[in-house]
Design a protein around this ligand. Structure first.
Ligand SMILES: [Zn+2]
Length: 279
């Protein structure tokens, strides 16, 4: 399998979910082995596990104090559509949330097209399982012939438990994952707003669950686990290579996803990431 990039750039702008600020983004082609890099105020922030600086509400990347937040949906679209190399110029601290899913990004990638760079793609293969856990939250990578993922979510009422399994290719990603929106609970949205967060949040860019169910029509009955899969794929883009393994994620979030991406990246580089960051 060869590395790919976009055939031409695309542009978007929108409101940042947490700050409510207007942000402009250019997603441009990049050369083989460049990987995916954010550029903010002239600082290059490679989308790699060693640059994760925070995972509490979204995945935040940073280099020398310059950060970009909420990178996971755009990275998920690029990685899910097998775009290995791209240069993302961003005018503000956070990637705009658009409709809360990766559907619009996938539409743009399909519109501009993808170009084969004629250089083979790096893969991570395993000879033994890797496991990361945090209480009852768990993520496992198993040796496999293809990149496949299984997710279980278990949230309070009215979401409950959902399960999804898939083998990743562009068509499956576009059809089964890209359209799933981020979600939250009505009481959480009210609490975030009271703390000055989620200023850009609305029923247009997130599914909100009230005590009796979703306030909007769901795109799938199991949209929540599909969005978890979307986030997981975006966080695994931080490996910087194709994970040729089976990922099993149970009640996982950005923090565990980032730990798994670090472990897979260490396997790719055959050394601890602490040595990479300090070099
Ligand atoms: Zn998300």
């Amino acid at each position: 399998m060869n590395q790919k990039t976009l055939a031409s750039p695309f542009h978007f702008s929108g409101v940042a979910l947490h700050t409510g600020a207007q942000v402009e983004v250019d997603v441009a082609p990049a050369a083989a082995d460049a990987g995916i890099t954010f550029v903010r105020d002239g600082v290059e922030i490679p989308a790699l596990a060693e640059n994760v600086v925070e995972t509490s509400r979204a995945t935040v990347l940073g280099v020398r104090g310059m950060t970009v937040s909420t990178v996971e949906h755009l990275l998920s679209a690029l990685f899910g559509m097998q775009v290995d190399n791209a240069r993302i110029s961003i005018s503000g601290p956070e990637v705009p949330v658009v409709d809360g899913s990766a559907q619009w990004f996938v539409g743009q990638i399909e519109r501009v097209g993808v170009r084969d760079l004629g250089v083979s793609r790096a893969r991570v293969t395993l000879d033994a399982p890797i496991l990361e856990r945090d209480g009852d939250r768990l993520i496992i990578a198993l040796p496999a012939e293809r990149f496949s993922l299984r997710c279980i979510v278990d949230f309070p009422h009215p979401v409950g438990s959902e399960y999804l399994a898939l083998t990743l290719d562009e068509a499956t990603y576009a059809r089964e994952v890209a359209g799933a929106r981020t979600f939250g609970y009505l009481h959480e949205v009210e609490a975030l707003r009271a703390r000055g967060l989620a200023q850009g949040g609305s029923l247009e860019n997130a599914v909100v669950f009230g005590p009796d169910g979703p306030l909007q029509t769901l795109r799938w009955s199991n949209e929540v686990v599909r969005h978890k899969m979307l986030d997981l794929i975006g966080d695994l883009a931080l490996v910087g290579a194709w994970p040729q393994c089976e990922i099993v994620a149970i009640k996982s979030g950005h923090a565990l996803h980032a730990r798994m991406s670090s472990r897979l990246r260490e396997r790719l580089l055959s050394k601890p990431l602490s040595e990479v960051s300090s070099s």
